[in-house]
Design a protein around this ligand. Structure first.
Ligand code: PLP
Length: 710
């Protein structure tokens, strides 16, 4: 079966490989490949918002022809293409050197979101970036894995703010021809169409493929003429509010996804469920076995011992629970096909610890998988407590839910200038073994001047980018001038710059820093030690409390009483996240414990020498070492917000400001730079997706692959 990227006949034969390069996200985490597109045409690269498919689509033939005759360009092109080809060879990397698994074995990874690049808006937040970073790391380690997810034609919302600070989500259809996706075709060259088994009325799906280095990600699309309108809309966008449509979405992702893999001729030995949304995939794996004559009990055991489930949600309300009647409506012909009774089937989704009746997707996933984990040490503890009732009689510490702390894909999140700095001081091979902490020690010997100068340039770059957005908004839309001011035109590269960017869910407590307004104002208007805060983030379209928090932040940014030192930047996405985690001075995080299962943006900041000031929750309990930033722990109580905000002010006043503004004769804050270095060295290797992927492989995949052999 093939997937075709058409429409590039204007690219000359000599450099036609550049289309393959643009069509594989491998380019996005290899600076030399990014540079190739940039040198081809700087302006077009910028205008395409760093989207090479779009750039090649729009580039004139004469520019491409000239490049194909330019010897200097061709030498560079050949070098990049050679590296690309070499890294696309499978069966030769780390996984194959270290893991004894037959060559035809593979892992299928299912997730409702993937955060890979801003040109593919298939993510809402951290869950998606975890999945995207994991696929990239699996490509680097040559793990035989395929991804399954949704092609959301409308993506996630784009965020616009009204003049009074209310978020309006606008849907902007994705331009498929300008995205690094290809339609999967069948043997006859027609669009591959798969019917979701046993679901009435029938739902059909088409399939797209995204290449993530050596890993293929298959995306399901219900927007096909074969479907009635209600079915067409199943994959329209992420996280639909209507419960029945949401159930249908999860059926299509799990059961449809498994059927798609079958249609592609793929027979994964192991299934990894990223969160409960795709958990129905286990049913297809069981049904495949009972259909070929196996007893249900044996089929269930075979599937269970080859299934991995990662839970991400530390609150009961965050888990999908569907009414039994709704589940019955869609599954009443499904359970007989596996040889199950109605009661036995519904039992699989029951959670004895929850008084609300219903089919709980997380309980279902926990019962049907043999390997289960939370996403940080604390989240492992929380999950064991939360799901204790599924294993009656077992003490809490024996509940079989392990933890693997999330990590970030280092080549994706390290800023190119910092990457270069490391190449110069750690040797060119540091990236190849970047999960080895010893390799990072020489960072401490990099001259303070170099670190500080690089950081300052990145801060200026961030502020330039924010001002550029504001300028475009002013020109394109001529909004109320106060909105333009609120979006960051007054930002000052010499102020201590705090970054607060994440989803505007209420538990993230974005307005905590406003708890004592007078104290905050004093800090912001200090002439000698100025402070400024940059906010960004979207509220979920159905989350009005989240939108009200966002409104408060936006109105503060607009209000003259904060001296132009608060900015809110619209439409937080992967690209803005990159600018922020590279360019602010301090990453602020104060969610209400224990709601932050892990958190990853603070890791991205630390990697680039931006220390965290964070409450001790999620990953920071493991990450904070007393020297790499600041942490505070508080107790539960009625005045929690007050107590926690006091802790933040105290740390800022007594620790952060004196350190940051204590500069020597050369203008370098030596003690601050020491903290920056410590942040890089302590977080870079241990909170990498490489460390994480190796843990999934060592703890889970290896054993599951063995079970698959039996
Ligand atoms: C990393 C990232 C997230 C997740 O960050 P958290 O710290 O887990 O909230 C969300 N959105 C974007 C755009 C990101 O890059």
């Amino acid at each position: 079966m093939s997937a075709i990227k058409g429409g590039f006949s204007h690219v000359p034969e000599r450099i036609s490989g550049i289309v393959d390069l643009a069509d594989n996200l491998w380019w996005s985490w290899h600076p030399e490949a990014r540079m190739l597109f940039k040198v081809l045409d700087r302006v077009a690269w910028k205008l395409s918002v760093h989207n090479p498919i779009k750039m090649l689509n729009n580039l004139g033939k004469e520019i491409l022809d000239a490049a194909a005759r330019d010897q200097k360009f061709l030498r560079y092109y050949d070098a990049v293409m050679a590296r690309f080809k070499e890294e696309m060879i499978t069966g030769v990397g780390w996984f194959h050197d270290n893991i004894a698994a037959p060559r035809n074995m593979s892992i299928a990874y299912f997730s409702a979101e993937y955060g890979l690049h801003h040109s593919l808006p298939f993510y809402a937040g951290g869950l998606g970036f975890l999945a995207g970073d994991f696929l990239k790391e699996c490509s680097d380690l040559d793990v035989p894995l395929v991804g399954v997810g949704f092609m959301y034609p409308e993506g996630y919302i784009r965020q616009r703010m009204t003049h009074d600070g209310w978020q309006i989500g606008t849907e902007e259809p994705m331009e498929r021809e300008n995205a690094p996706i290809s339609r999967v075709l069948d043997e006859k060259g027609a669009r591959l169409t798969v019917k979701v088994p046993f679901i009435e009325p029938p739902v059909y799906v088409e399939v797209w493929r995204v290449l993530v280095g050596r890993v293929s990600l298959y995306l399901i699309d219900t927007d096909t003429e074969a479907n009635d309108p209600w079915n067409r809309a199943i994959s329209a966008r992420l996280y639909i509010g209507n419960p029945e449509q949401r159930l249908r979405q999860e059926i299509v992702l799990g059961i449809g996804g498994a059927a798609v893999l079958r249609a592609l001729g793929l027979k994964p030995s192991v299934l990894h469920l990223n969160e409960g949304h795709p958990a129905f995939a286990v049913l297809e794996r069981i049904r495949e076995r009972t259909e070929s004559g196996m007893e249900y009990g044996e089929a269930f055991e075979q599937v269970r011992t080859t299934t991995v489930f990662t839970t991400h949600t530390p609150v009961p309300a965050g888990h999908d629970v569907f009414p039994f009647s709704m589940v019955e409506k869609y599954f009443n012909s499904y359970w007989p096909s596996m040889g199950l009774s109605r009661d036995d089937f519904l039992e699989l989704g029951m959670n004895p610890g929850d008084p609300r009746p219903g089919f709980n997707m997380t309980a279902f996933a926990l019962k049907t998988s043999g390997y289960r984990n939370g996403v940080s040490r604390r989240h492992g503890d929380v999950s064991r407590r939360m799901w204790q009732s599924l294993w009656p009689g077992l003490p809490e510490d024996r509940i079989p839910i392990d933890y693997i702390t999330n990590g970030i894909h280092v080549p994706t999140w390290i800023e190119p200038k910092i990457h270069l700095l490391f190449n110069n001081h750690l040797g060119p091979y540091w990236l190849a073994e970047h999960d080895n902490p010893d390799l990072w020690q020489p960072v401490k010997d990099i001259p303070d001047e170099e670190i500080w100068r690089t950081h300052y340039r990145l801060k200026v770059k961030l502020i330039d980018a924010i001002r550029d957005r504001a300028r475009r908004m002013w020109v394109d839309e001529a909004p109320d001038p106060r909105i333009v001011l609120a979006s960051g035109v007054m930002l000052d590269p010499n102020a201590l710059t705090l970054g607060f960017a994440r989803r505007f869910a209420t538990y993230k407590r974005a307005t905590m820093i406003f708890h004592n307004i007078e104290r905050l104002k004093r800090m912001l208007q200090d002439r000698w030690r100025p402070v400024q805060i940059i906010f960004a983030g979207k509220a979920h379209p159905d989350d009005d409390p989240g939108k009200r928090i966002l409104q408060r932040v936006f109105n503060a940014a607009k209000s003259p009483s904060f001296f132009g030192r608060i900015a809110f930047v619209e439409d937080y996405d992967e690209q803005l996240a990159q600018y922020l985690v590279h360019g602010v001075d301090l990453w602020l995080n104060n969610p209400l414990p224990p709601f932050e299962a892990c958190g990853t943006s603070g890791m991205k900041a630390s990697l680039n020498g931006v220390p965290n000031l964070s409450i001790l929750d999620g990953w920071w309990i493991e990450g904070f070492n007393g020297k790499n930033g600041w942490g505070f722990d508080t107790k539960e109580g009625p005045d929690r917000d007050l107590v926690d905000s006091e802790a933040v002010y105290e740390i800022l006043d007594k620790k952060v400001l004196p350190t940051y503004f204590n500069v020597d004769d050369n203008g370098i804050p030596r003690d601050w730079v020491k903290i920056m270095k410590e942040a890089m060295v302590s977080v870079g290797p241990l909170f990498s997706a490489r460390r994480m992927a190796k843990e999934y492989i060592g703890k889970f995949y290896q054993n599951a692959l063995k079970s698959a052999l039996v």
